[in-house]
Design a protein around this ligand. Sequence first.
Ligand code: ZN
Length: 166
Amino acid sequence: MIKYALVCDQGHTFESWFSNVDGYETQVKRGFVECPACQSKQVAKAMMSPSVSTSRRKEAMRAQAASIEASAPQTAPAPPLAPAQPMALMDEGQQAMRAMVRELHQKLTENSTDVGDRFTSEARDMQSGEAPARPIHGRATLEQAKALIEEGVPVMPLPTLPDEWN
Ligand SMILES: [Zn+2]
């Protein structure tokens, strides 16, 4: 069996089944095939014009593009990301800097006492003479560090250890 798209002399298009190619020729010539819309027996195979199919394809693509555009705003919002950490992709020079930072950190801390969270009060006591002056390091919030600097206490933030960047 073979299916043909047919068109009558009135321009109606329809499809019909034939046993084979010769069957189509024979049935059409003998007037066995008639248009279901106007019963005309002047039928022929519908021409599949390339321009028609191309424009149809374009239309289909346009419709597809439109549906993609339309669906884009409906996509679920991305899950909230963890707070972004400042980071940089390191090249060889920055690898060397990592080593320098590590060294600097070591120099700043090797001869000083880690006073941990008591850093702010220790620094104040040393500044006021209530505690013996000695090199210390520890933890302070940005606000505490700012306050110390305003009070004239010479503090500086320790460089972050490369290991802590991970
Ligand atoms: Zn017709």
